[in-house]
Design a protein around this ligand. Structure first.
Ligand SMILES: NC(=O)c1ccc[n+]([C@@H]2O[C@H](COP(=O)([O-])OP(=O)(O)OC[C@H]3O[C@@H](n4cnc5c(N)ncnc54)[C@H](OP(=O)(O)O)[C@@H]3O)[C@@H](O)[C@H]2O)c1
Length: 248
């Protein structure tokens, strides 16, 4: 793996990746990173409807490195279900480093879901080291709400929708300001529309697959502009870091 563009060019060891994805101090505000992989023709999923078929080893290493020192991993219900999220845990070394830095020993998984139709098995997201947070509407399905409350903390919005910007503010209130949003496209589109993305970590995978499996999202009325900070290359993949031009 090699950094081919950015302030510190040259070969990179996997163990050193977190240093190249720093979390800036925000003094009580959120820092939100979008983490996505895309094919050359802009698909977010391959023939199986998942990102696994378009990703690679190097991209996987970056994905893990970015999560390691995040406070919260934010995902939409669609992604949690389709990508079959497993438990979020830290190695003992990472847990110690996190605690020394004043963080919880592992990131919290935060899910946005109106349906609450989420998998509750032991080997899923509810087996995470930290109790998961689920953000939902004022009046969700009562049986699903009761079942979910046994394994997660559920936070309800006032109305029948869950604004991602409101979710981010609730995370910051809990001290969870280093946020990596792992998608899917719908949640990321809304985070961009609400002006809450500070960084876009986009991997370009050397594939052309068509976009039939990629969720359609609405056009942004106020498109966001990002500047290229860093490009890592490995195995014909490009792992880019884009920073928002007008940080909040
Ligand atoms: N290429 C990549 O890096 C990548 C990353 C992630 C996902 N993906 C792919 O993207 C697809 C899933 O993405 P997606 O865009 O369909 O889904 P998504 O963004 O993961 O989740 C959308 C879901 O989030 C919940 N949600 C979002 N906004 C809400 C609101 N305002 N109020 C209430 N609930 C809200 C709803 O969950 P409920 O349905 O539970 O109510 C909604 O169905 C899959 O094919 C996945 O494999 C690709």
């Amino acid at each position: 793996m090699e950094i081919i563009w950015g302030p510190e060019r040259g070969p990179v060891e996997v163990a050193d990746l977190p240093r190249h994805y720093p979390w800036p101090e925000r003094d009580g505000a959120a820092y939100v990173r979008a983490m996505m992989v895309s094919t050359l023709d802009g698909a977010a999923a391959g023939a199986d409807g998942l990102s696994g078929s378009i990703t690679g080893d190097a991209d996987g290493e970056v994905f893990v490195a970015v999560r390691r020192f995040a406070d919260a991993v934010l995902v939409g219900g669609g992604t949690l279900k389709s990508e079959e999220y497993g438990p979020l845990r830290s190695t003992p070394e990472d847990a110690a480093a996190r605690e020394a830095a004043g963080q919880a020993p592992a990131p919290v998984i935060a899910v946005v879901s109106g349906s609450l139709d989420l998998p509750l098995g032991e080997d899923g997201f509810t087996g995470s080291a930290q109790r998961p947070l689920v953000f939902t509407t004022a009046d969700p399905d009562p049986e699903r709400l009761a079942a979910l409350r046994e394994r997660c903390e559920v936070v309800q919005a006032d109305g029948d929708t869950v604004e991602v910007s409101w979710v981010i503010d609730r995370l910051v209130e809990r001290g969870l300001w280093r946020i990596v949003c792992e998608g899917g496209p719908t949640l990321l589109r809304d985070a961009a529309a609400q002006g809450r993305l500070d960084e876009a970590d986009l991997t370009f995978s050397p594939l052309l697959v068509g976009t039939a499996s990629t969720p359609e999202t609405q056009l942004l009325t106020d498109p966001r502009s990002f500047r290229l900070e860093q490009v890592l290359a490995a195995d014909d993949f490009l792992m880019t870091r884009y920073l928002r031009r007008d940080p909040a």
